[in-house]
Design a protein around this ligand. Structure first.
Ligand SMILES: Nc1ncnc2c1ncn2[C@@H]1O[C@H](COP(=O)(O)OP(=O)(O)OP(=O)(O)O)[C@@H](O)[C@H]1O
Ligand SMILES: CC(C)(CO)[C@@H](O)C(=O)[O-]
Ligand code: BAL
Length: 283
């Protein structure tokens, strides 16, 4: 039997709910999301349940991480279906603030992350992005005061940025990464996949295939630079506008020259029509 989670829409309501749970000496896990939930999000919730006795899921489409030219307005919002999924997973609290609750009038403070936020990957193409993410995640952490927070590896640079921030600012939250959930053909699940036309959906699989091929070739000795160039060519030949296809150090996201500089991660971002997709795999 599933039960509806408590839905908090203001900071005082959230605080009361979290403080009540704390009295029972519970450990709390937070799963930050922007809603439009899919099985990737559900996997984060399930990991959260393994790591803590109580689970808070936040649903907030954060305007400050979108550039004016990006899809904030069009971002899918599927509230009823989201709540049904979270109820089925026995989530305790859904934190769903309005923009005015998150950024009240006069709001004037930002977290500006460095280190992995300046790796030259997402930050090159979305320069506003990690400032918006770090600020809202910092607020989510102080609002919910979780013991652990679960983030998907699908947004690999984001996972690194948030991990670094939690450490640098002594936020007292253990950040845990969770593996990427994929469709049967390998496409990483993403809320933005609904933007793809049927034809684009067929093409989208090339991202994962190109990374797998590249990882295989690196393991058998292909030079990193050649592998990046070949991966980029494959993706462009399929009809994508490529932002990057990079092989990086998995922990630091620093550039690498050879396989011995590993452990390595391949990261890709590319646009198909109006849809921007990102993905990554271990070498
Ligand atoms: N396929 C997936 N597997 C595991 N985790 C995922 C997957 N997709 C998203 N997540 C994680 O879910 C959390 C919330 O992400 P978000 O709500 O932005 O979903 P999304 O599918 O990544 O959407 P978008 O299309 O905006 O990138 C993030 O930590 C993200 O990394
Ligand atoms: C972490 C996050 C919820 C912050 O808005 C968002 O960037 C996301 O959904 O990955
Ligand atoms: N999944 C990361 C959030 C974003 O692209 O805005």
């Amino acid at each position: 039997m599933s039960r509806s989670p408590l839905i908090a829409r203001t900071v005082p309501t959230l605080r009361r709910a979290v403080d009540n749970l704390r009295k029972r000496k519970a450990t709390i896990a937070l799963v930050p999301t922007m809603g439009a939930l899919h099985d990737g999000h559900v996997s984060l919730v399930r990991l959260a349940k393994q790591r803590a006795s109580l689970v808070v899921v936040s649903i907030f489409v954060n305007p400050t991480q979108f550039a004016p030219t990006e899809d904030f307005g069009a971002y899918p919002r599927t509230w009823k279906a989201d709540i049904a999924k979270l109820a089925a997973e026995d989530v305790d609290i859904v934190w769903h603030p309005g923009v005015e609750a998150m950024y009240p009038e006069g709001f004037a403070t930002r977290i500006v992350p460095e280190g992995p936020a300046l790796a030259g990957l997402e930050d090159r193409f979305r320069p506003h992005f990690f400032g918006g993410v770090a600020t809202v995640v910092g607020k989510l952490f102080t609002q919910c005061r979780p013991d652990v927070a679960i983030f998907g590896e699908k947004d690999f640079q984001q996972l690194r940025v948030v991990t670094q921030m939690a450490r640098d600012l002594d936020l007292g939250v253990k950040v845990i990464g969770s593996r990427t959930v994929r469709e049967r053909d390998g496409l990483a699940m993403s809320s933005r996949n609904v933007y793809l036309s049927p034809e684009e959906r067929q093409t989208a699989i090339v991202l994962y295939r190109a990374m797998k091929e590249s990882a295989g070739r690196i393991r058998t000795g292909e030079a990193i630079a050649l592998s990046m160039a070949r991966g980029a060519e494959t993706i462009k030949a399929a009809g994508f506008a490529l932002d990057y296809f990079e092989v990086r150090h998995a922990a630091t996201l620093a550039q690498v020259a050879s396989r011995e500089d590993g452990p390595l991660r391949i990261l890709v971002a590319a646009r198909l029509g109006n849809t921007r997709l990102i993905d990554n795999i271990a070498v």
